[in-house]
Design a protein around this ligand. Structure first.
Ligand code: CA
Ligand code: CA
Ligand code: CA
Length: 338
């Protein structure tokens, strides 16, 4: 989010239709809301203007990647970043301004990492640090759960690999809350946290600081956190072979609920709101993003090839998406507003 927001003084443009007053009503803040998405079908970045969820427009960055996962946007740098699953590196596309109404363009990766990874998935960003979860088996024994976190530092036109961390859980979704990195334990219903994650500056193995089970979830995959509303959302892909058994869980007052659950214990389903069922189109929801201001959940639905949005989630249940559009092999979503 940009630090300086666009402020429009309605007095200046009202041309007498609205009387100007001294209260805050005379200042309207114009906010643009954008959903960046990646996919494993053609590797392009599709960009949805979701400022008005009832009138969504789409543009496309055509990339040289043919498959991609985790996606991120740095508004101060006008930089779109995704983890390419075809080149196996981080790729940044510069000069993408959301102030431009149509962002359609053919882009080249002008900010790049080395091609270090094996199976990159979600990207989590903290300042100039870009962390990528790689879900390839790390120790050559597929019977043991592990994965690797690649820590890159962005400097100029490079993502430089600082170190890698081998975990004792399978990886997919990751997100920072402050300096703590939260990760789903793939193939389970568990959520792990690595406290002060970036303080681990050497290439090593690292156990989670704490790991809890999330009751009601079969197999979690994507997660997101909104600090303004202290809301965590975790997706549930259920059986990976089924396109009808997906869902997501909304956990409000997340920080107190997570701290109140002991290491190894279970967060009860009655502390969460579950959205699932035949109306939801949720099969394998692999990533999630959230607009806390409007309580809108955005989903990358891989199995059914959709980008979905839900905005009537307070009671959970079998609700229909407020927005649905086709995106084959959708893999990741990132919400940005300014
Ligand atoms: Ca292993
Ligand atoms: Ca499923
Ligand atoms: Ca994401």
């Amino acid at each position: 989010m940009k630090t300086i927001k666009t402020i429009v003084f309605t007095c200046a443009i009202a041309i007498g239709l609205i009387s100007c007053s001294d209260d805050n009503n005379s200042i309207a803040q114009v906010e643009t809301k954008i959903l960046f998405t990646s996919n494993n079908a053609d590797g392009n970045v599709n960009i949805y203007n979701v400022t008005n969820i009832n009138s969504v427009s789409k543009s496309t960055l055509t990339t040289t990647a043919t498959a991609a996962d985790g996606v991120y946007y740095d508004g101060d740098e006008n930089l779109v970043v995704q983890a390419s699953r075809s080149s196996l590196g981080l790729e940044g596309y510069a000069g993408v301004s959301i102030a431009t109404s149509a962002i359609n363009a053919t882009v080249t990766a002008n900010v790049m990492s080395g091609l270090n990874m094996t199976s990159p998935r979600e990207v989590a960003v903290n300042g100039d640090f870009y962390v990528v979860a790689d879900n390839a088996d790390a120790d050559g024994n597929s019977a043991t759960s592990d994965g690797r976190l690649f820590i890159y530092t962005k400097s100029g036109n490079n993502f430089t690999l600082r170190n890698t961390i081998t975990t004792d859980i399978k990886l997919w979704g990751i997100i920072f809350i402050g300096n703590d990195l939260y990760a789903v334990a793939d193939t389970t219903n568990e959520l792990a946290v690595y406290s002060n994650f970036l303080n681990n500056t050497s290439t090593t193995t690292l156990a989670a600081t704490k790991q809890i089970a999330v009751e009601g979830i079969v197999r979690t995959h994507g997660l997101t956190y909104d600090a303004m509303t202290d809301t965590m959302i975790l997706t549930d892909i259920g059986d990976a072979g089924s396109g009808t058994d997906g869902g997501f869980h909304v956990i409000e007052n997340f920080n107190s609920k997570f701290s109140g659950t002991a290491n190894g214990a279970t967060l009860a389903v009655n502390q969460q709101t579950r959205v699932a069922g035949s109306n939801t189109v949720l099969g394998n929801p692999v990533d999630v993003a959230y607009d806390g201001a409007t309580k809108t959940v955005f989903i990358a639905e891989a199995k059914n090839g959709k980008i979905l949005a839900f905005n009537n989630i307070s009671n959970g249940g079998n609700i229909a998406p407020v927005y649905s559009t086709d995106l084959a092999s959708a893999s990741a979503v990132y919400f940005y507003s300014e």
